[in-house]
Design a protein around this ligand. Structure first.
Ligand SMILES: [Zn+2]
Ligand SMILES: [Zn+2]
Length: 748
């Protein structure tokens, strides 16, 4: 498409997902912010239409086979599209898997650092000697990984229990399961004896026994199994993976610094070369801000070409708010927000023009102090001739955008329309805009009237994990507590410390609920059984016919609804099943109706619609929980693997609303939430506290911090300069603490 003749991105008749056949005109060369409540359809426009179409046009250059399938499956549901060019998504997906990939190698910073050492350092050596991915350079013990993996048996066994009481923690050894039965069949152990009372020999066998054949007979039947120690089995299946333990087994291992290079990743020869008294391993382990100062001080004629490029890379990383990380930091340990900022720093170094950048919540995980940097960087991308589309809820990003598009008014079927669009001024004046009402303070999240009194304390003793500076902290119980601090100040380490010192805390995070393509919302909340029963009773037929995982499932796709095609370099591509057209059911199932609807139509209903449709208290109770956590727009048949992180977290919250006496930890529960959603979330968190729980949130959202009963502020900076307790107290007290960055944002 010729972008010059199309100065704007134009969508005509957009009907993807919940969009209501809408027309949208989006200016190019601007920062455009998409806003709206959860599920309104804002991400659909930015990601599922514009980003996908931009990528699809790029794929048009691929061989015809791939093109045929891609254009069929991937063309967004829009009548006409104009003005879309190549797009780059800067996502929050974590950088997975390879521990050899570091912040330094992912950008070009480490390449320049190697060149600098090889040209300036003495003795002069080829730059391969400074590469931990090259046999010349890497430490012989860890082959450049910088760490070794050790099994941690305390995470595999609960010593206070017997085997019959479930002493073995990994799921596959559950009581009554196959692995557990094999252990019982060996007759090696007293199944009722607590593991803490085992002899050394018994413990050795339970954990480390090598595989051996076991025979068990019952009646005339003889069965043979292979028995092996629990730790042996887990260790063995992970040694073949040269990259380290699989994600699901990661929790049974500890990473410790390599005993030879102490994390420096390189061999002695390479580490003997120093600039300003530091070897390349030490420089790689410095916080980027410290690293920048050191590089600036290097004056040498051989450095003239490389030094400015290296400084440029370091400054890009620092400008996106990563001054506290190190070049040697493995990218698989970065949080989603940090990974997104590294990707952003890379793009800042590129010279792409006329590109459409699409970003999802670039302020996620950032303290308000650092949001200014994000805005500067968005402007840099725009000013080099690109279009920047952001889906964002942060007030200062919205206010700094050139153009705002509000999608809504509600979520799901209640959304999908353009509610308002224009400049900040126009949005503020637009009576239809919910965002405008919050921005001009017509609507405002109310201040807390009174702070709750603590009902006791949970003590954290001598926390020294990572950068924490030997903190001993009393966390008040029975109240809403906010943990605050700039990125890298030690908040995640502090949460790890709470978890390790108090194993009864419950973490409600944003990780996915189930990777299975078969689980859906109705199954998760437990409504599907009742729904099937209603269909079965009405039609006098067996309920299993209404299950897509059972007799009712389409036989072509086995009830999944789509086929997955391996497209090599593009990964897996989903194509709707040609037999059931994605409904998952056999055609004959659709002949049976309940109150005039097929099971497929019922699964397309939202929580609110189901609540009204079924006169069934049990189902209504389940739907009420979904509506309470702001998921009223969610459809019953939506599969769990398609939920956003925020939706997963709220779904987990829904299952917790009936509990009391718990200590809940929530990491940034406001991420992905519009002002109006934040208000609802606060009501929910307060309900949890009023029901007798402690709610501990890690948050940057000022409204949530202001409405907490107690604030624990870490800092002052990230990395080595962080890890101190700056202040704790009520939000009003924190506002008076001069040393607290958080305090500045709490002053009214
Ligand atoms: Zn090593
Ligand atoms: Zn099918």
């Amino acid at each position: 498409m010729n972008t010059l003749s199309n100065p704007a991105i134009t969508l005509i008749g957009a009907s993807e997902n919940n969009l209501k056949h809408i027309d949208v005109v989006i200016p190019r060369g601007k920062i455009v912010c998409f806003v709206g409540v959860s599920g309104s359809g804002k991400s659909t426009i930015a990601f599922d239409i514009i980003a996908r179409e931009g990528q699809r046009q790029y794929f048009e250059s691929l061989p015809s086979f791939a093109r045929r399938y891609l254009s069929k499956s991937n063309r967004p549901n829009v009548d006409e599209m104009h003005g879309i060019s190549a797009s780059v998504v800067i996502s929050q997906n974590r950088v997975h898997g390879n521990p050899r990939s570091t912040v330094g190698t992912l950008t070009e910073a480490y390449t320049y650092l190697r060149l600098l050492y090889s040209r300036v350092g003495l003795p002069s050596m080829d730059s391969s000697y400074y590469s931990f991915n090259h046999p010349y350079g890497f430490c012989k013990t860890c082959k450049g990984l910088g760490r070794s993996v050790e099994v941690n048996v305390d995470r595999m066994i609960d010593r206070s229990r017997s085997l019959n009481e479930g002493a073995l923690i990994p799921r596959e050894w559950y009581v009554g399961g196959r692995q557990w039965s094999i252990i019982r069949a060996t007759h090696y152990f007293d199944m009722d004896k607590k593991v803490q009372d085992y002899t050394d020999r018994e413990l050795e066998i339970l954990l480390y026994a090598k595989p051996e054949m076991v025979e068990a007979s019952s009646g005339n039947l003889v069965d043979r199994f292979t028995f092996q120690g629990v730790a042996h089995r887990i260790m063995h299946r992970n040694t073949k993976v040269h990259r380290g333990p699989s994600e699901s087994d990661l929790r049974y291992f500890d990473f410790v610094a390599c005993p030879t290079c102490h994390g420096g990743r390189l061999n002695e020869k390479s580490l003997s070369v120093k600039l300003h008294g530091k070897n390349i391993g030490e420089v790689g382990d410095m916080a980027l801000t410290t690293c920048l100062d050191l590089i600036k001080r290097i004056e040498h004629k051989n450095a003239e070409v490389i030094k400015p490029r290296l400084l440029d890379q370091l400054e890009s990383l620092i400008s996106v708010g990563l001054g506290y990380v190190t070049l040697n930091r493995s990218t698989d340990t970065l949080s989603g927000g940090e990974a997104q900022r590294v990707k952003m720093a890379r793009q800042l170094g590129c010279d792409l023009v006329e590109t459409i950048y699409v970003l999802d919540e670039p302020t996620a995980g950032l303290h308000p102090r650092d949001v200014g940097n994000v805005i500067t960087n968005l402007r840099r991308l725009r000013d080099s001739g690109n279009t920047v589309l952001v889906v964002e809820h942060d007030e200062s990003v919205i206010r700094s955008s050139d153009y705002i598009i509000e999608v809504g008014p509600g979520g799901g079927k209640l959304g999908g329309e353009i509610v308002a669009m224009g400049t900040v001024k126009e949005i503020l004046a637009n009576k239809n805009s919910l965002t405008g009402k919050y921005l001009n303070s017509t609507l405002r999240i109310a201040d807390k009237k009174a702070y709750r009194e603590a009902k006791g304390n949970v003590e954290i003793k001598h926390a020294k994990r990572n950068n924490l500076k030997d903190l001993t902290v009393q966390i008040p119980q029975g109240v809403l507590v906010a943990l605050t601090g700039v990125s890298g100040s030690g908040k995640s380490s502090f949460v790890e410390e709470i978890k390790s010192q108090h194993d009864d805390v419950v973490v409600i995070d944003q990780s996915s609920i189930g990777k299975s393509i078969r689980g859906c919302i109705a199954t998760y909340v437990g409504a599907f059984d009742r729904i099937r029963d209603h269909f079965a009773n009405e039609n006098r037929i067996h309920p299993s016919l209404f299950s897509f995982n059972s007799h009712g499932g389409c036989s072509a796709c086995k009830g999944v609804g789509f086929m997955e095609m391996d497209m090599n370099f593009l990964g897996d591509v989903k194509i709707p099943c040609e037999v059931c057209h994605g409904t998952r059911y056999k055609e004959k199932v659709l002949r049976y109706l309940y109150h005039g609807k097929t099971i497929v139509e019922v699964l397309q209903m939202t929580a609110t619609e189901i609540y009204d449709f079924f006169d069934d208290e049990e189902i209504q109770k389940q739907m009420q929980l979904l509506m309470d956590v702001g998921l009223s727009y969610i459809e019953m048949g939506q599969t769990l693997d398609t939920l956003s992180g925020g939706e997963c977290q709220r779904l987990k919250l829904a299952s917790r609303l009936q509990q009391k006496g718990e200590f809940y930890i929530l990491d940034e529960p406001t991420s992905g939430l519009h002002f109006a959603d934040v208000e609802k979330l606060l009501i929910l968190l307060n309900q949890l506290v009023d029901a007798g729980n402690t709610v501990f949130v890690v948050e940057h959202n000022v409204d949530v911090i202001r409405n907490s009963d107690w604030v624990i502020d870490l800092g002052p900076e990230g990395g080595d300069l962080g890890g101190h307790l700056i202040a704790q107290g009520t939000p009003k007290e924190i506002a008076k603490v001069k040393a607290s960055y958080t305090g500045k944002y709490l002053i009214q």
